[in-house]
Write a protein that binds this ligand. Structure first.
Ligand code: ATP
Ligand code: MG
Ligand code: MG
Length: 388
């Protein structure tokens, strides 16, 4: 029996492991945390730091192929693994996705070839670059080049003084300053590409963020203008193609008002792995993003996914586990599960913290209207108002 390995033991690793196991694979997870969500459900949990030579050697010994579930896995560790085993996605693609400066340069290059460009931005690595920032980028968002997620490592700045203060606050690490855009909408596209270059995609997802964290994903007919959806798919394919990418890739887009009825696309960032906005595929599609990751890394056929049900995904953040006074709160799961078409996914995290992703709720149904109505009911029971 073959074993598939994953670097990182978070919820994405857990859902990958579950997909691999359903297809008959043994699974190995490298994550130092003994209680990591994926570590708890895999066959072999290697509990060393990501760069530990012995840990990497064990992972290689165990596994026929290796993937990664979080983008901050050290690229040198992936290179070490790739010398001996197929690693998907490759270290180079992951390294680009880890660094907003390299990522935006890649997007800009793809845009020159007719794709979708990033928001106007400037790289800030030196005091001179800080001084030289054009006025047109303000108000803007300062983002650290590395290690940001869920809106962490970002500061909204309205003036040069605020910009300088924010950069100092961040320890003057390499950053990008992006123009703050008025967003009409946000969407993302997930593709899977095989080592032979074959590529399949899911329909674009419409995403709603709250405080920089994904709150809701909606996917149903007519939720996005067709031309915009097609343009986003084509742009994502070009981004993957030009990285020679292998595995599942998600690219996030903004829709901005350009005077046209449908608006215009701007590319935000990419994730070299299955993505939170693709969790609905577990219940609404005939093949999930996690199964496609298994197929891509194991060299199995990639089939074009078919969405068989309209879907809404609600993220379940740690905030839900506390009341307004910070006391623990009991969630009424039976009431949620009494709603037809609800699929509860909890990640087995042992403690809740505000902002921590604890699980998600997928809601499927016969029509978009029905799914929306059920999602509203579920949100009410949970005490959240993500559409407000
Ligand atoms: P993720 O968890 O998706 O990796 P992240 O921390 O990398 O998040 P971004 O995707 O850069 O953060 O930004 C988070 C959210 O903040 C976006 O989805 C969007 O809602 C908002 N945002 C980011 N950049 C801009 C911008 N230039 N203009 C307007 N809104 C923005
Ligand atoms: Mg990000
Ligand atoms: Mg993002």
């Amino acid at each position: 029996l073959a074993t598939l390995g994953v670097m990182g033991g978070g919820q994405l690793g857990r859902m990958f492991v579950q997909a691999a196991q359903a297809m008959g694979y043994f699974t190995a997870v490298l994550d130092p945390d003994p209680a990591s969500p994926a570590g708890l459900v895999c066959h072999y949990h290697i509990q060393t730091p990501y760069e530990d030579e012995q840990g990497l050697a064990q992972l290689m010994q165990r596994c026929e192929a290796i993937t990664t579930e979080f983008e901050n896995v050290p690229a040198p560790a992936l290179m070490t693994l790739a010398a001996h085993r197929p690693v998907a996605p490759g270290a180079q693609a992951v390294a680009i996705a880890q660094d907003r400066i390299a990522e935006k340069a890649h997007f800009a290059a793809c845009a020159q070839a007719g794709g979708v460009g990033p928001a106007p931005y400037a790289v800030i690595e030196t005091a001179a670059q800080l001084q030289a920032v054009p006025e047109s980028l303000l108000p803007g968002i300062l983002k650290t080049a590395r290690l940001g997620y869920d809106g962490k490592g970002q500061a909204r700045v309205a003036s040069r003084a605020e910009l300088a203060a924010a950069w100092a606050q961040m320890g003057q690490v390499p950053c990008v300053l992006e123009q703050r855009l008025a967003l009409k909408d946000e969407l993302s596209v997930i593709v899977a590409r095989g080592a032979d270059g074959q590529m399949v995609h899911f329909p674009p997802q419409r995403n709603i963020h709250r405080d920089g964290i994904l709150a809701v994903t909606e996917v149903f007919d007519g939720h996005l203008p067709t031309a915009l959806a097609q343009q986003a798919i084509a742009a994502t394919q070009a981004i993957a193609e030009q990285l020679h990418y292998v595995g599942v890739l998600c690219v996030e887009y903004f829709v901005i008002d350009d005077g046209s009825p449908q608006g215009a696309l701007v590319v935000n960032e990419m994730a070299p792995r299955p993505h939170n906005s693709g969790h609905y595929t577990l219940n609404a599609c005939d093949v999930s993003q996690f199964e496609l990751q298994v197929r891509a890394m194991a060299g199995l056929p990639l089939v074009a996914p078919r969405q068989h049900s309209p879907a809404v995904m609600l993220n379940l953040l740690g905030d839900l586990w506390f009341d307004a006074d910070g006391r623990g709160r009991t969630l009424d799961w039976p009431a949620i599960l009494a709603l037809p078409g609800t699929h509860l996914h909890l990640y087995g995290k042992l403690s809740a913290r505000p902002g921590r992703k604890m699980g998600h709720l997928n809601i499927t149904g016969a029509t978009a209207q029905q799914v929306r109505a059920t999602a509203q009911q579920a949100a009410e029971i949970l005490g959240i108002a993500p559409w407000a």
